[in-house]
Ligand binder design. Structure first.
Ligand code: ADP
Ligand code: MG
Length: 216
């Protein structure tokens, strides 16, 4: 399957909608073991991204990612600004100039995001962060995409991302604000792991509808 620049902008706009719909859920998670700002920051950031994308001239897919990353990096507070922002910029640089992307480019996108988050934040799987969602996703997507179609690969990888997100419930936080709580950080899903999962799930739903359009 192929994703053109208009499809890709719609994927980002759908993610913005998903984040908006889940603002209360993310706020609740970040209130349990954080400072409660993650949902608000994410919703604000993606709303700005939507505005900027609608003002911009036609962008290629790399440029769309770079614009989105810059909004998060420059305009949004909390750990997520630099982590998601830097990650989207890195993914955008990797996909610069592309007006159409395919199965392997989706791997490039999410592996670049993951590598950027890991190198900036220093977190590893098991530290109770967004890495616990993103890394199992990237590993499984790579494995699946060797023999399967894009949407099928994504669906299987999304299942691993969900397991990863849920595994953060029993972890003790090792990095970021919630690490100050030590043992008390146990018993709650990490909010960054949750927002990463929501982003992936929304991406998947968009891929399914793009594929349905291409089939008809
Ligand atoms: P803050 O903790 O500054 O309020 P947010 O609430 O926006 O930031 O985001 C918190 C989330 O950011 C955490 O749940 C975690 O998933 C992620 N996070 C924080 N620090 C790191 C890090 N060093 N590496 C990876 N992810 C991190
Ligand atoms: Mg917070």
């Amino acid at each position: 399957m192929k994703i053109d620049a208009i499809n890709f902008t719609n994927i980002i706009i759908n993610i913005a909608g998903t984040i908006e719909d889940n603002l209360d859920y993310l706020t609740e998670l970040d209130t349990e073991i954080g400072d409660g700002d993650h949902g608000i920051n994410m919703a604000k950031g993606f709303k700005r991204i939507k505005e900027k994308l609608s003002e911009a001239d036609i962008l290629d897919i790399g440029e769309t990612l770079i614009l989105s990353g810059k909004v998060l990096l420059n305009e949004i507070g909390g750990a997520m600004g630099p982590l998601y922002g830097g990650g989207l910029i890195k993914a955008g640089v990797a996909l610069k100039g592309k007006n159409t992307i395919y199965k392997n480019d989706i791997y490039t996108l999410f592996s670049s995001l993951l590598e950027s988050v890991k190198s900036l934040g220093g977190a590893r799987v098991g530290d109770k962060t967004m890495v616990d969602t993103l890394e199992p996703f990237v590993v499984e997507y790579r494995r699946q995409s060797e023999g399967n179609e894009t949407v099928d690969s994504f669906r299987e990888a999304l299942a691993k991302a969900k397991e990863g997100m849920e595994s953060t419930r029993d972890m003790i936080s090792k990095v970021g604000r919630s690490s100050r709580l030590l043992e008390r950080s146990k018993g709650h899903i990490d909010v960054g792991a949750a927002s990463s999962y929501l982003i992936l799930e929304s991406f998947y739903n968009s891929l399914k509808s793009i594929m349905d359009q291409q089939d008809n």
